[in-house]
Structure formats: C-alpha cells, structure tokens
Write a new protein. Structure first.
Length: 536
C-alpha cells in the first residue's frame, strides 16, 4: 500500500466538491478524488436550475416560506434562512467563475418550478448542471494548488486517535481503479461530496456512480447520518425508465405543461391547488396511485399549452432526446413515470458543513444540513451545495492548523469498516456471488418495498432481504477489497439498509415518506430528525 498526503482531501467532483476545492485551495494543497470521469456527477445531469432570489418581485421571506412548506415541518429554519439569504451572492460568484445562465436580453431568464410561488430558477436552457460544471472545471484547471485524481475511488475514511477519547478524520483509503492499487491518503481536512444514492432503486434519474458511498463510509466510521427515509422520486422520467432514466425537467410544467391520464383527464385536478406544479412528493404519489388503479404503464405530460417555438428554445435537450426516441414533443405528449431522484437525508452536518467526526465535512446531496426537511423544494439542491460548501471552506484554515498539530497520531480504518467472521457467517470468502445479480436484487427489493408508497410489512421484508444480501456482499468484498465493483456494491447495500431502518422508525407519513399503515402526520412523536450512528 502506498501513501500520499495533501492538506485538504475532497472526495467527489460535483458542484459541492468543485466549489469547496476552489475556495480551499487558497489555504493549502488540495487533492480532489473522483471515481469516474469528472463530468459524470449528478450535477452534470441537473436540467432545471438553481433557485435564488434575483427578481425585485421576489423576496427572501417568500423563498424561505416555500422551502418550509415543502419540507413538511422538518426543515431547520436557521439553515433555510442561511441558504436563502446567502444564495444570490453564491450565484453571482458562479457567474464570476464563468457560468453562463440563460438571459432575456440583459435580464436573467428566471423559470418557475413546483412549490415555488415566484419565478426564481436560474437556468442554462435545460442543461444547467452541465454549464455549471463546465464553468467550475475551467476555473479549477487554472488553479495550481489543486490536483484532480480521476478514476480513484474512496473505500473508507481513516480515523486517528487525537488524545484520550478523541477521534479525528485523517483522510481516506483510496483505490486507483486502473491499477487496483490501495493508497493511504492522509489529510488535515476531508470533505465528502459524493452525491446521492439513487442507484439503490430500480428506476432512477441518477448516474451509475450514485451508490451512496459517502453515507456508507461515514456510517462505518461512526458518523451520524439522518433522515435517509426521505428519498425524492421525480414524478416525470421519460418512459420506459430503464437504467439511468432520462428526466423531464419540472421546468416544463413550470412553463405550462399539464399531467394527464392516458384517457386525457387532468391528473392533478382537485388533488392540489397548484395542480401539475404541486410539490414532487404529491405529484409522484398521484401518478403512482393512477398507475396502480388503471393498470397503465405511464401517464402523459401534455406540452400543448407551450408554443412550439418556446419548446425549441427553452428545452432543446429534452426535445432532442425525445426525437431520438421517435417522439415529437411539439405535437404529442410525453409518456412519464416516477423515478428515484434525490436523497434529502445524508451525513448529518451543522451550518458549517461539520460532521460529528472532527476534521470531516460534507456538502451537497451526501449531506443532511436540515435545509430540505421531509421534502426538497425544486432547484434548492444546487443552491445548497454552493452555499454550504462555501461555509465549510471558511473553516479550512483553522482545521489545517489543528490537523497539523495532531498529524503525528496513528490513523487506521474504523472498526465498522473491517469485515468480521460474523459478517460473513456461513459464507466462505471464496464463495462469491455475481455482483450484478446482487445489485439487481438490492434495487428490486428497494423499489418494491421501500419506494413511493410503503407499509410496515414491506419495510420489514426489505430489511430482512437486504440483511441477507449484505452477507453475500461482505463475502465478495473480503475476497476483492480493491475491486471498485465490490466497493460500490458494499456501499449500496449498506446505504439501502440505512434508508429502510430510518423508514421503519418513522411510524407516520410526512413529505416523501408515505406509509399506508400510518397515513397521517404524528407531530407529537415524530416531529424530529431520524438519526442513526454506529458506535465507534
């Protein structure tokens, strides 16, 4: 095993990791580890945009209110206020780095999405994420203090004992995917920016790298994770939604498109005052209910209220993708189904991105800042990533100084990272199942039992099946600890189990978590975060 070091280690190359790296590089050497090519993050696939108060007719109070309403009582109000008030400055910073948002003449083009009471979504046509990453990567390439390591996957966090009863993150165990060489990567500050967990479900809009790595690594290191039961299903993925489903941006409905049944009945009529622009959890459940009642495989998104010329200028990427599939959305509706899209929970952090393990920070989808509560307001995710990665970067100088003082301490893998004979009981290490079959079984179990509508019995079944699958994964990983396939599968199974455990604890329905056995909110018992941690 080789050893390397940097002042700051960033794991993940989406908007949160890139923003943090750019800012942290002013204070020390940064190593940015990403397990795929830099442009394969969830940020790159974000179509809709980034929400911020940029219009005189909008206000901070309105954006805060919309976020709190969507979050169904579980948002941390102070975090929401910080997000909204700091948002415009962070957006202007993106523009200063070269990100080009769409304009109407001299003014920014602001769209509206579900749950928003005003137009406040900055976008770059319908390829906003790609444009943001382009701008950030260009800025990063010019910074001499940043080393970008592609095709390197983080396996587990390194933890140092910093004194009697004290623990501190000291970096991560990383594997070079091309050579399978393990690297002990030491750092004074570590940021998790690994994105989401959507690949735990059969249908998802997430890229194939969204395997819950950061959540699983943090949990194994004894770090608290929270609110993982709240998985947002995007209501409108292009049917058939196989592999990485192609997302039909909510901005399409913001411009006037309407959800209808295959018989032409407006789907959301009478279900919510905002109709097709209702919050995503409500729309996704309505579609799920319609499909189960009708037996139809999909519903339709009718774009006829939008002029064809506007469809061409505003949604060129969606138009082109549908045309590749033989569908002209200027003249015919789009068949859509829900797909797993965004995790509102994750590694628990404070307002500066600090986790419960000193020296370890988290930002972006992997983090649970308290902003989203039980349901994310559309396009708040990119804003959360830039606001809280910025806030985390402000802590870097002090963390480097503290980490350098304690650098002599021995670092090792946490106990939760080491497979024990109990973990693989009854399965010899050499007896390895097909990892693709195990991954498919995890996704099927999650889709059928922990998806849009849950029950106590289904969740119990999911936990039992995933526990059995974890033994198969442990056996495979023990025999192939430097194989990225098994590293990802280990994280996927661990994170799926955490989602189910959180969902089993919450005996109510709130936001994105709907349990048919407990269909109402119970604020007396459950108006609080669901927090899990593995004792170090």
């Amino acid at each position: 095993m080789s050893q390397r070091s940097a002042d700051i280690l960033v794991i993940g190359s989406g908007i949160a990791g890139l923003t943090f790296a750019l800012k942290a590089a002013a204070h020390g050497r940064v190593a940015l580890v990403t397990k795929k090519e830099r442009a394969r993050s969830s940020t790159n696939f974000a179509q809709g945009g980034i929400a911020a108060v940029m219009d005189p007719e909008d206000s901070f109070d309105l954006h805060v209110r919309d976020t709190l309403v969507a979050g169904a009582g579980l948002c941390h109000t102070s975090a929401v206020v910080e997000l909204v008030r700091e948002g415009p400055e962070r957006v202007r910073e993106l523009m200063a780095w070269g990100v080009r948002f769409s304009r109407n003449g001299d003014r920014l083009s602001l769209a509206r999405e579900g749950g928003h009471s005003r137009r406040r979504i900055l976008h770059a046509a319908d390829l906003t994420g790609r444009e943001i990453e382009r701008g950030l990567l260009a800025a990063l390439a010019e910074h001499p203090n940043v080393e970008l390591l592609e095709d390197h996957i983080a396996v587990d966090l390194l933890v140092a004992e910093s004194g009697p009863g004290g623990r501190r993150c000291a970096g991560a165990l990383v594997v070079d995917r091309n050579t399978s060489e393990p690297i002990e990567f030491r750092s004074h500050v570590t940021l998790l920016a690994t994105g989401g967990l959507g690949r735990a479900f059969r249908h998802t809009t997430n890229p194939d790298i969204a395997t819950g790595d950061g959540v699983a690594m943090a949990y194994r290191a004894g770090v608290a994770v929270a609110n993982l039961e709240f998985v947002q299903f995007h209501p409108t993925a292009l049917y058939p939604a196989e592999g990485r489903a192609f997302l039909i941006s909510e901005a399409v409905r913001g411009e006037g498109a309407v959800l209808v049944t295959r018989s032409g009945r407006p789907l959301m009529e009478g279900r919510h005052p905002l109709g097709s622009l209702a919050p995503r959890d409500i729309v996704a459940r309505a579609i799920d209910m319609e499909l189960k009642e009708s037996g139809e495989p999909y519903v339709l998104l009718d774009l006829s209220p939008i002029p064809a010329r506007e469809v061409e200028s505003r949604f060129p990427n969606i138009l082109a993708e549908c045309e590749r599939r033989g569908l002209d959305i200027r003249r015919e509706p789009i068949p859509v189904v829900p797909a797993a899209h965004y995790a509102c929970g994750g590694v628990m952090t404070d307002a500066q991105g600090r986790t419960t393990l000193p020296g370890l920070y988290a930002a972006g989808e992997v983090a649970c800042t308290g902003v989203h509560g039980a349901n994310r307001l559309a396009s708040n995710s990119l804003l959360e990533a830039v606001v809280f990665s910025h806030r985390a970067s402000l802590c870097v100088p002090a963390e480097i100084e503290r980490g350098a003082t304690l650098a002599a301490g021995r670092a090792s893998l946490p106990r939760g990272a080491v497979a024990s004979p109990r973990t693989v009981s009854g399965r010899p290490v050499g007896e390895v199942d097909d990892p693709n079959a195990i991954a498919a079984a995890i996704r099927d179990t999650m889709w059928e039992n922990a998806g849009i509508v849950r029950t106590d019995a289904r969740l119990e079944r999911a936990e039992s099946e995933l526990t059995d699958l974890r033994e198969a994964v442990a056996a495979g990983y023990c025999g192939n600890p430097n194989d990225a396939t098994w590293v990802e599968l280990r994280n996927l199974c661990e994170t799926a189990l955490l989602v189910v455990k959180c969902a089993r604890w919450r005996k109510e329905s709130r936001g994105l978590h709907y349990n048919a056995d407990h269909p109402y909110r119970d604020s007396e018992r459950f108006l609080r975060d669901t927090v899990l941690s593995l004792a170090p």
